[in-house]
Structures are given as structure tokens and as C-alpha cells.
Design a protein around this ligand. Structure first.
Ligand code: IMP
Length: 451
């Protein structure tokens, strides 16, 4: 498996970190290829919990190279906090490499993300407010600041100056609009965020201070800055294994997800080529990670969403609260219409099903096998048209549930027959073999299926 991509097959938070961590054992290089600190994953290692937003989970293995690819957007303050946190816990971060071409999330991106969401009001996307969208927008506008710019004071100052001007104007306009709206509604400044976009100069948007602060980040990050595409080529050309780790997930993909309720990057497998700098023929395997049920954070269509006891069970038993924002996740049954779409669009070769243990105690189990449109048509395929998706109701197949606790199962034969039947049916409907099953949060709590 020299080139292996791992992607989320649903709406994110599927447990990609744990799967990457397990597969990384046999890899030499782990590379993140998109997204930023909107992602978050928790790894439990020997009872100790590690939370990451940017650093690939392979960092916990001594001697493995972990890279943040050019397709990632990186908030240097957050990255340094993660590096410091790992160092404090005795983890060696010497093998962390950061692409010189990755774009930086600047303070104005975070302010714009928040201001944009506040402006949208009820129509907001529910972003993580980490500045992801505005940063990718600047990249496309060719106004972005890249990691390598941190190493040259003149370039950094001039690029910040050019990028800052339109932001100050946009933030001023948003502030005026919001104040007008609040006045009309007879409200005060409730969120406090109004101050962040007030017309008086915001100290966080001072060119000099921002340049100085970022130069100091540059000094600290310099030992890690590298040509990460070359690192990938060298590993692959030498027949070593490289894992390309996606963040977020297929249905949050900017092009192929439930637009506009998506993130601003491409989390599908094909994007590993652009975000890491490799060719399509460098990818040998694509692993999709899906929960045994489904969750979504933020707004947007979610056909199998539940508001009953089963949904509450998934939320509580699955501890479905965001690692990044702490928000409660929306929960629902596994959606095979959406999963088949994810299998196809990623060219998936294997599936990892996580959190099967969470389904213990709910019966019967359900999986959505098709949708019915508002007009009554049966849909076997994920609809490309937003209005059809918004009006789609799932049709379920029921499968017997299981009550036994499965956290100690390590082999397929240890699992209750109903759990095995559930996995067999999911694999059959998805059209791809299940190779790993998560039965608890611990690293060792997995059942391997097949080879
Ligand atoms: P953004 O990526 O912060 O711009 O948010 C856009 C949408 O993607 C929102 O609905 C977020 O909740 C969702 N999102 C972003 N990152 C993640 C993630 O790591 N897991 C789940 N949802 C995410």
C-alpha cells in the first residue's frame, strides 16, 4: 500500500484520526492535504487522550514523518499551541514538516468568518468560525499569505498590507449593516462581536503588530518548513508507504457536497493529489471512514436525521459533541444512498466503520437504502439537485439490533451475530469491503475484517 488516502465518507467526525493512527503504524509518512483547524480529532493512546486540529495523528509514533501539505490552511498560532502541547507531554515533534506553500489563516480571516455568519443570521452555514472560508477565498484571489512569507519581513509586510485593506473595508461595511439592523430591531450589541467589526481601528488589524507577530511565528516554525511534495515523492519512489489524511468529509466537499452547506476545500480522495503534490497514479488505495450511524454539525440537509430516542441515544452514548466547537452534533441512521455516492466519488477501495458499539441497545437498527422525493419518486442515487435533496425522505431497511457490549471484541467471531449481519449488509449495499470496525474509543478497540 505505498500511496493510501483516508477520507471521511459522511459529514465529518467519523473517527478518521483513529483509523489513520492505526494504519500509520505501517506507514513512513502521514500527510494532511486540505482543511485547517476546523477539523479536530481525538486519539486515545494508553488511556491518555490527545486532541489535534492540524497535526497529523501519526505524530505519536516516533520516527514517522508527518507533513502538513500545501492544500491545508494553517493558523500559525494554533499550530504552535499544538506543537508546544505535544512537547510538554514528551512527544517528539522534530519530524513535523510544514509545506512552504500552505496558506495562513490570518486574524482578519477569523473576523470575516464570524462577521459573515452573523450577517447571514438564520441563514448562516454554522461554520466553525476558524477563518477557513475567507482564507481559501484569499488563496483563490491570489491575496493569500503563505508559510514561506513568514521568513521574509519585506514580503510579509507588503503582502499583509495588500490583503488587509479590502478586509478593513469589508469589516467596516458589515459592522455598519449590522448596527443598522440592530437599531431597526431595537436591540443592543448582543454578541459583543460587533466590537470586533466596529468602525474604530481594531488593534488585531494593525499592520505593524500583525507583521511582527507573524515574523515571530516564522522564526519558531522555520525548522519545520519544507518542500513537502518532494518528501512525498521521495517516500513513494523508494516504495515506502505514505498516508494522505483528509479532514472533514465527502458531503462537506466544496464541489461535491451539499453546497452551500459545505467547507471551503475538497475533502475527497482526488484532492490529495493537489493538496499534497502527487499524481493520481501515486494513489493505490482509498479508505473511507463512516460511523455505524451518521452525524452532522452545522446547517444543511441530513435526510436520516432523528429527533427521537434513538437519536438521543447516539448523541449521548456516542458523545457526539464537536472536538473543535463543542457543539452538539445532529444524529441519524446510516445513509447508504449517501455512502454509495461517497464510495463512487472517492474511488473507495475499503471501508472502516467506527463506533459500532454505540448501536448496542437500540433495536431494530435501520439503514436508509433509498429516498422518496416530494413527488413520490424513488431515488436510488444521491440527488445532485439541491431542491430534490432537501425534499427527500429516506426509506429504511430494518435489521435486528444487539444488546451485548462489544467493547472487548477483537475478532469478527467475538461480535454478536446481529452486529456481523449489520456489517455484512452495509458492505453489500455500499459495494465495498469493510476492513476495520471500531468498537470503542481506545486504540486497541478494533476488529479487523478480511486481509
Ligand atoms: P467551515 O469549514 O468552518 O467553513 O464550516 C463549514 C461547514 O463544515 C460547517 O457546517 C461546519 O460545521 C462543517 N465542518 C467543518 N469542519 C468540520 C469537521 O471537522 N467535522 C464536521 N463538520 C465540519
Amino acid at each position: 500500500m505505498p500511496g493510501l488516502v483516508i477520507v471521511g465518507a459522511q459529514w465529518g467526525d467519523e473517527g478518521k484520526g483513529k483509523v489513520t493512527d492505526l494504519l500509520a503504524e505501517k506507514a513512513d509518512l502521514v500527510v494532511r492535504f486540505q482543511g485547517g483547524n476546523n477539523a479536530g480529532h481525538t486519539i486515545v493512546r494508553d488511556g491518555e487522550e490527545f486532541k489535534f486540529h492540524l497535526i497529523p495523528s501519526g505524530i505519536l509514533y516516533p520516527g514517522k514523518t508527518c507533513a502538513i501539505g500545501n492544500g491545508v490552511v494553517l493558523d500559525p498560532r494554533i499550530l504552535l499551541e499544538e506543537i508546544d502541547g505535544l512537547r510538554r507531554r514528551g512527544v517528539d515533534v522534530g519530524n513535523l514538516k510544514i509545506s512552504a506553500n500552505a496558506h495562513l489563516i490570518m486574524p482578519y480571516h477569523v473576523l470575516l468568518d464570524t462577521a459573515g455568519e452573523l450577517k447571514l443570521g438564520k441563514l448562516s452555514l454554522g461554520t466553525t468560525r476558524r477563518g477557513i472560508g475567507p482564507c481559501y477565498a484569499d488563496k483563490a484571489l491570489r491575496l493569500g499569505i503563505r508559510v514561506q512569507d513568514l521568513l521574509d519581513e519585506k514580503i510579509l509586510r507588503s503582502k499583509i498590507r495588500t490583503a488587509l485593506e479590502p478586509k478593513q473595508q469589508a469589516l467596516r461595511e458589515l459592522s455598519v449593516q449590522r448596527r443598522k439592523l440592530r437599531k431597526e430591531a431595537g436591540e443592543g450589541d448582543r454578541e459583543g462581536a460587533g466590537q470586533a467589526i466596529d468602525s474604530s481601528p481594531d488593534p488585531r488589524l494593525d499592520l505593524h503588530a500583525m507583521t511582527e507577530e507573524h515574523l515571530s511565528y516564522g522564526h519558531r516554525l522555520e525548522p519545520h518548513i519544507a518542500d513537502t511534495a518532494r518528501l512525498c515523492w521521495d517516500a513513494l519512489d523508494a516504495g515506502r508507504t505514505a498516508i494522505f489524511e483528509g479532514a472533514q468529509a465527502t458531503l462537506l466537499d466544496l464541489d461535491h457536497g451539499t453546497y452551500p452547506f459545505v467547507t471551503s476545500s475538497n475533502p475527497i480522495a482526488g484532492a490529495a493529489t493537489v493538496g499534497a503534490g502527487i499524481g493520481p497514479s501515486d494513489i493505490d488505495e482509498v479508505w473511507g471512514v463512516a460511523k455505524a450511524y451518521a452525524t452532522r454539525v452545522g446547517a444543511g440537509p441530513f435526510p436520516t436525521e432523528l429527533s427521537d430516542g434513538a437519536g438521543r441515544h447516539m448523541l449521548e452514548r456516542g458523545r457526539e459533541y464537536g472536538t473543535t466547537t463543542g457543539r452538539e452534533r445532529r444524529c441519524g441512521w446510516m445513509d447508504l444512498v449517501a455512502l454509495r455516492y461517497a464510495v463512487r466519488i472517492n474511488g473507495m477501495t475499503s471501508l472502516a466503520i467506527t463506533k459500532l458499539d454505540v448501536l448496542s441497545g437500540i433495536g431494530p437498527l435501520k439503514v436508509a437504502v433509498r429516498y422518496r422525493s416530494r413527488e413520490g419518486a424513488l431515488l436510488d442515487r444521491f440527488p445532485y439537485h439541491q431542491s430534490i435533496l432537501h425534499g427527500a425522505t429516506p426509506e429504511y431497511e430494518e435489521l435486528p439490533g444487539f444488546d451485548a457490549e462489544i467493547g472487548d471484541c477483537r475478532k469478527p467471531a467475538d461480535l454478536p451475530a446481529e452486529a456481523r449481519a449489520f456489517l455484512d449488509r452495509v458492505a453489500e449495499l455500499a459495494g465495498v469491503p469493510i476492513r476495520l470496525v471500531g468498537v470503542g474509543p481506545g486504540r486497541e478497540q478494533v476488529v479487523r475484517l478480511g486481509g
